[in-house]
Structures are given as structure tokens and as C-alpha cells.
Design a protein around this ligand. Structure first.
Ligand SMILES: Nc1ncnc2c1ncn2[C@@H]1O[C@H](COP(=O)(O)OP(=O)(O)OP(=O)(O)O)[C@@H](O)[C@H]1O
Length: 690
């Protein structure tokens, strides 16, 4: 279906004075993308709402989600020079949307259909209201990059449409009634900003592209050449371009006048003030949003006005020398621009490479033509029959531009990007779920492929394994409780050893107190020990000083475990101990007393029980324990057993030994016994060798 045929021009009412005449403007938006469904449709809704708020009617929306902006041409009136030369008008308007081109000399008419046309009778205010620049301003305030540019033949009224007539002298401003789209947009924008209720920061830059060189029209000195760069985030941009902040309409107008006065222009046959460069004035709008979702996040939109230099036939304009060089440069860049637009318009080649790098102009307009912004293009044509070829070319472009579909993209804040990340995460999780499900189904298939006997066999095996695990757990639980009880016993023994030390100290004190010279010496100790390797690992039971050393090897004795000891003790106490308990089962004297109600009386424990408990306690504890053996006979003087974990056992045995020495010497002194010499042997100690 022909889109031109079903398109409507919603901006103009039937009673509008422009209808029925030859005038118009057309606009286009950004290029479509390969996957339209992935694009944010908020931009479209926003544009639609903006246009409705403006009372200009909605954009047309197509089934594939794209939309088209209103479009149409504008024709200037015949100039005084053309009228003087007696040139005829070749353009006629038939109806409100049809522009008819009648070649002089009786050739076939060419009919163009647009949504509307604007003729030379339209005032600047009519053009401003009709072309929808205010809607673009609203979009720019919401963060869209928007562009308005005029194109057409030289002398067709591009600069007049944007900025009004050329200034008559230095510093003489254009009368407000003749101000173009730019001045009116500035006034509207600043008025709109004041009523927004949110802080808005405005900046402006102004540059021209002259002979493929970018020059800063707002630079502090003379205009200088600036390079065009590209990076991933900004796209194409002009490096070191001066961007000026402004806060009032007067300041912005001054910037505009400054740029216009610096812009290159020359006179030729068709225009006495012909622009020799493309000029780009950009307003940067930074606005703090009041959105509860993303409060305070600045929205950066921009509104760019592009006044293109006009295409010209050198033969017609009579350009020579520098003018001809400028004309060639202008035509080359316009050709590159036309090529890019053609590719963008062609649905077959829309996805192919667009050669934006062919010229500085297409580089700087790349975002407007193929990015996410909204662009309004005003096609300016001359009614003169002498300019018919250029007029036809411009109208054909305008006609093709109507087929451009727009897909405005709403600006995305960092918070708006969050759902995108979450969406990616969800996709990853879904893939993982899918993988797991497929693995599970494969396992089910394998199990279902088993025969009944195999399934029974597997069940039996699993049951057996389960029983094994349960038994092992039970065994481990028992071992743990045994270890716990052993640990408790070791702690008890620690306490008992400490009590032994305390008892020895008490005896030392009492011996010193009972020291009375003149008493009979005590009988020699009847216990005679035989050194044995096992004896050295056991603590001495008897505190008698004569029992300290083995009579043969002179090593310190641990004689209470020596079997010979029990043979000798009956000489003193008879075959049984005084309490009637066998000696082997007799607990050491430092064993704690029986506590009533205890499960097992410690004094009923056998000697082996005590020994095992002591050794186990040494293995388990890393804390300070009472040593279970006397000092090693052959070791270095300060050698002490080392526990697990590196802790040194406190040499309490040495302390016990010293205490025994002191007790013995005290007793000897009290009984007048001469000190024992190392070599002397008591007669009672003459025993069979061990
Ligand atoms: N709608 C109009 N009403 C009255 N005068 C107009 C209109 N459009 C253009 N003119 C006049 O036509 C002349 C050429 O206009 P203008 O300089 O804007 O053309 P242009 O397309 O910018 O040319 P160039 O490309 O060479 O810069 C100017 O003197 C301007 O005042």
C-alpha cells in the first residue's frame, strides 16, 4: 500500500491559510534496525504523546511497530531579481497536499503528493508552528537527540527559514517578526524551561564545516580548525569544541549572532549572501528528572540546528576561483549526505554499511540520520522555472523521505539498564535449567531401560550400602563417646597429680618442723629395686630417698611398677597391704579419695588402669599436665618431654625429686644419719642382680 496515499497531515486544519498553496516541510526520524522488537517502544509513545500535547496529532504507526513523521516541502516566494528577469513559476499547488511541477515549454507535469505544503505566503511564525519544532524541543527536554536541518538549492531560503534574513550590518539583530525557526525555538525553550519546575542546565556550541574543515564559531580567538574524533560512547564528536553555558534568551541570541557574523558567506549570481559552509548550532539540555524511580538522574538531550550550504551549478552561479573550490567542496559533502540518505531510505540496503565517514558533514550528522534521535528536515525549493532541475531533485528527495520509518529510542538511565542485566541473568538461568532438565531426562531414560532383575539388584545394593553407612555412623558415635570419657579421666588424673605435689610440699614442711637432732636413725629402706626399662617410665611411688636410684645403673627408679618391689614389700607390710588390698591393685597414694555416689571409686582401679589413663591423658591433652615419668637419666639437663602441639611438659617430676631430697635430708638431720655417698651400698640392698 502506498504510504503517501494513506498519509495525512495532521498539523494543519482545513482552514489553514497555507492549504491550497505550494509549501511544506518534511521530516524523518532515525533509521530502523534489524530487530525492531528489541527496541524500546517508549520512544514512540513519548513522541506520540508529545505531538498530542502540542495539538498536532499523532504520528502514523505501522503494524511492524515503526512510525512515520509528517513531512512536506516549503517554497519561498519569487525574489525581486527573479521577477525582474521575468522568470516564470513552475510550481503549482493543487489541493492541500499535491504539488504540481509544470516545466516551461509544455513538457509533462510531475505531481508530488505530500502531507501538506507551505508556500511563500506563510510567515515565519506559520512555519515554526507548522513544522513541529516544539515537539522536537519537548523530546529534547526528555533526553532525545533531535535535529532540524534544511536542505535545498542555493538561494532557496534555507538560512532564511532557520535564522531569518541575513543581518544588514554588524550587531544589527534580525527583527523578531522575521526571526526563523531557531530564534523562535530559543524563546519557546527558555520559556518552557522556566515552567518546568526542575533545574535545567543549557549549553550551546556553534561550528561550521568549511572546505571539509571544522571551525569553532564560538572560539575565544579567531575560528580555528578542530579535529573530528570517534569513540564508542560518544560516536563522532568535535574535539576541543567550545561549549558555552547560557541562562537567558539574550545570551543565546548573542551566541547566535556571534556565529552568524563569523560564518563564511559570499555573493554569487543566485544569492547575494550565500553561505559557503554548513553550520551546526547545538543546544545541550541537561535536566534533573523528578521521576520517583530514578530521582535526580540528569537527562541529557540535545537539539541541533543544521543550516546546510546549498547545492549549486557552477555554471549557473558563475563561481570562479575560491568560490568554485567552495562550491566543489559543498557539492561533494552534499553528495555524500545524499548517498547516506539514499542508503537509509532503501529497505533492501538499509542494513548494509552506511558510509558516514565519507565527509565531515555525514560524520557529524550520523547520529541524527542513523542513530536514536528524531530529525526534522525542511526541504526548501525555489519556484523559479530557471531552477527547475534542482527543485525536482530536492522534491524527489523529499518525496522519498516520506517513506522513512522512524523508531525513536527512549534514553536509558543506569537504573533502566538494570532490568536488562536481570533479563540476561534470567536467560542464563533458564539455559541452566534446560540443561539440568535434559540431564535428568537422560538419567530417567537409563533407569527405565533397566530390567526388573537389575532394578532389584540395584535396590539391594543400595540398601546394603545404606546399612553399612548406618553401622559406620554408629561405630563412629561410640568411638567419640569413648574418647570423651578418656578425656574426662585424663583431666581427673591431672587434678590428682596436682594434689600429689601439694601433699609432698606439705610433707616437706612437716619434716622440717619435726627435725629433732639426737633421735635414732631410721631403718634402711627395705624396698630394693631392680632397674628395668619399664621402671624408668613410671613414677616413683615411694618417697624414701634411698629408693631414688637403681643400685646397678644408678638411674632414677620408678619402682612402684617393678615386680621386685612387691617381693620386698611384704617384708614390711606382710603379703597384703594394711588395708587388705593387693599391692598390684593398690592405687597410688596421691589418688583422689572415693567420692560418695561416684560410679567407680578411683581407689578400686588397678595399676594398669591408672597407667593407661595417664598415657592416654598425655596423648590427648595439649594443656599442662603432671609428668608421668621421672627426668630422663641420659638426656640433657633441661630436656623435657614435649606434648603434641609442641607444648613442653612442665617438669613437675623434678620438683617432686627436689622435694623428696629436701624431705630426706631433713629426716637424716633429725635422725643424725650421715649423708649417703654415691658408692656406698646398704647391706639390705645386696640382692640378686636384675
Ligand atoms: N520565505 C521567504 N520570504 C522572503 N524572502 C525569502 C524567503 N526565503 C528566502 N528569502 C530570501 O531569499 C534569499 C536567499 O535566501 P537564503 O540565503 O536563505 O538562501 P539559502 O538557501 O540559504 O542560500 P545559500 O545556500 O546560498 O546560503 C535571501 O535574500 C532571503 O531573504
Amino acid at each position: 500500500m502506498d504510504r503517501i496515499g494513506r498519509a495525512v497531515w495532521p498539523w494543519l486544519s482545513p482552514s489553514h491559510p497555507c492549504l491550497g498553496t505550494l509549501s511544506g516541510a518534511w521530516s524523518r526520524g532515525q533509521r530502523g534496525r534489524k530487530h525492531p522488537s528489541r527496541w524500546c517502544s517508549g520512544g514512540y509513545r513519548l513522541v506520540k504523546r508529545c505531538l498530542r500535547e502540542e495539538g498536532k496529532g499523532p504520528m502514523e504507526r505501522h503494524r511492524d511497530g515503526t512510525s512515520t513523521l509528517p513531512s512536506g516541502p516549503r517554497v519561498r516566494p519569487m525574489s525581486a531579481a527573479e521577477l525582474r528577469r521575468g522568470e516564470q513559476s513552475a510550481l503549482h499547488c493543487s489541493g492541500s497536499r499535491t504539488l504540481q511541477v509544470s516545466p516551461p515549454g509544455g513538457g509533462p507535469d510531475v505531481v508530488f503528493r505530500f502531507r501538506a505544503v507551505l508556500d511563500g505566503a506563510c510567515t515565519q511564525e506559520d512555519v515554526f508552528r507548522a513544522c513541529g519544532v516544539r515537539s522536537l524541543g519537548e523530546l529534547a527536554l526528555r533526553g532525545f537527540p533531535c535535529t532540524v536541518f534544511t536542505f535545498g538549492q542555493t538561494g532557496s531560503g534555507k538560512t532564511y527559514t532557520l535564522t531569518g534574513p541575513p543581518p544588514q550590518g554588524d550587531g544589527v539583530p534580525v527583527p523578531p517578526s522575521l526571526g526563523g525557526i531557531m530564534q523562535r525555538t530559543f524563546a519557546w525553550l527558555l520559556d518552557r524551561v522556566q515552567h518546568l519546575g526542575a533545574p535545567v542546565t543549557l549549553h550551546a556550541s556553534y561550528l561550521e564545516i568549511y572546505n571539509e574543515q571544522v571551525r569553532d564559531l564560538l572560539s575565544l580567538g579567531s575560528p580555528r580548525r578542530l579535529p573530528v574524533r570517534w569513540n564508542k560512547t560518544r560516536g563522532f564528536y568535535v574535539e576541543q569544541l567550545r561549549v558555552v553555558e547560557f541562562g537567558s534568551l539574550g545570551a543565546l541570541m548573542e551566541l547566535l549572532q556571534m556565529g552568524l557574523s563569523r560564518r563564511r558567506s559570499s555573493a554569487h549570481t543566485l544569492n547575494q549572501a550565500s553561505s559557503r559552509s554548513h553550520a551546526l548550532l547545538t543546544l545541550y539540555i541537561s535536566r534533573q528528572t523528578m521521576s520517583p524511580v530514578d530521582p535526580g538522574n540528569p537527562v541529557g538531550g540535545k537539539l541541533c540546528f543544521v543550516d546546510l550550504a546549498g547545492s549549486e551549478k557552477v555554471a549557473t552561479t558563475g563561481s570562479r576561483g575560491e568560490l568554485m573550490l567552495e562550491a566543489n567542496s559543498i557539492n561533494r559533502s552534499l553528495l555524500a549526505l545524499g548517498h547516506c540518505i539514499s542508503l537509509l531510505l532503501d529497505p533492501q540496503r538499509k542494513q548494509s554499511h552506511i558510509p558516514f565517514r565519507d565527509s565531515k558533514l555525514t560524520k557529524l550528522l550520523a547520529d541524527s540520520l542513523g542513530g536514536r534521535g528524531v530529525t526534522l528536515m525542511v526541504a526548501c525549493v525555489s519556484p523559479s522555472a530557471q531552477c527547475l532541475p534542482e527543485t525536482l531533485s530536492t522534491l524527489r528527495y523529499a518525496s522519498r523521505a516520506q517513506r522513512v520509518t522512524t523508531r525513536p529510542q527512549a534514553p536509558k538511565s543506569p537504573i533502566a539498564k538494570q532490568p536488562q542485566r536481570l533479563e540476561t541473568k534470567i536467560l542464563q538461568l533458564q539455559e541452566e535449567n534446560h540443561l539440568l532438565r535434559s540431564q535428568l531426562s537422560q538419567m530417567n531414560l537409563k533407569v527405565s531401560g533397566f530390567s526388573g532383575a537389575r532394578v532389584a539388584w540395584a535396590q539391594r545394593n543400595l540398601y546394603g550400602m545404606l546399612q553399612e553407612f548406618m553401622l559406620e555412623n554408629e561405630r563412629l558415635r561410640k568411638e567419640k563417646s569413648q574418647l570423651q570419657s578418656s578425656w574426662d579421666l585424663a583431666r581427673d588424673e591431672q587434678r590428682v597429680l596436682a594434689q600429689q605435689v601439694h601433699e609432698l610440699e606439705r610433707r616437706l614442711l612437716s619434716a622440717c618442723y619435726l627435725h629433732q637432732p639426737g633421735l635414732d636413725p631410721a631403718p634402711p629402706c627395705p624396698c630394693v629395686m631392680v632397674p628395668a626399662p619399664s621402671c624408668h617410665a613410671l613414677p616413683p611411688l615411694c618417697s624414701c630417698p634411698c629408693c631414688r636410684f637403681c643400685p646397678l645403673c644408678r638411674a632414677p627408679l620408678a619402682h612402684w611398677a617393678c615386680p621386685r618391689r612387691e617381693l620386698q614389700l611384704p617384708q614390711m607390710f606382710g603379703p597384703k597391704a594394711p588395708d587388705g588390698m593387693p599391692l598390684s591393685a593398690r592405687p597410688p597414694p596421691w589418688a583422689p579419695p572415693c567420692s560418695p555416689g561416684s560410679a567407680k571409686c578411683p581407689r578400686e582401679r588397678s595399676h594398669s588402669d591408672w597407667t593407661q589413663t595417664r598415657v592416654l591423658a598425655e596423648m590427648l591433652t595439649e594443656e599442662e599436665v603432671v609428668p608421668s615419668a621421672p627426668p630422663l637419666p641420659m638426656g640433657p639437663p633441661n630436656t623435657s618431654p614435649v606434648l603434641r602441639g609442641g607444648a613442653t611438659v612442665p617438669n613437675l617430676a623434678r620438683r617432686l625429686e627436689a622435694l623428696r631430697d629436701q624431705i630426706g635430708s631433713s629426716l637424716r638431720r633429725s635422725r643424725n644419719v650421715p649423708p649417703r655417698s654415691e658408692g656406698s651400698q646398704s647391706p639390705s640392698r645386696v640382692l640378686p642382680p636384675c
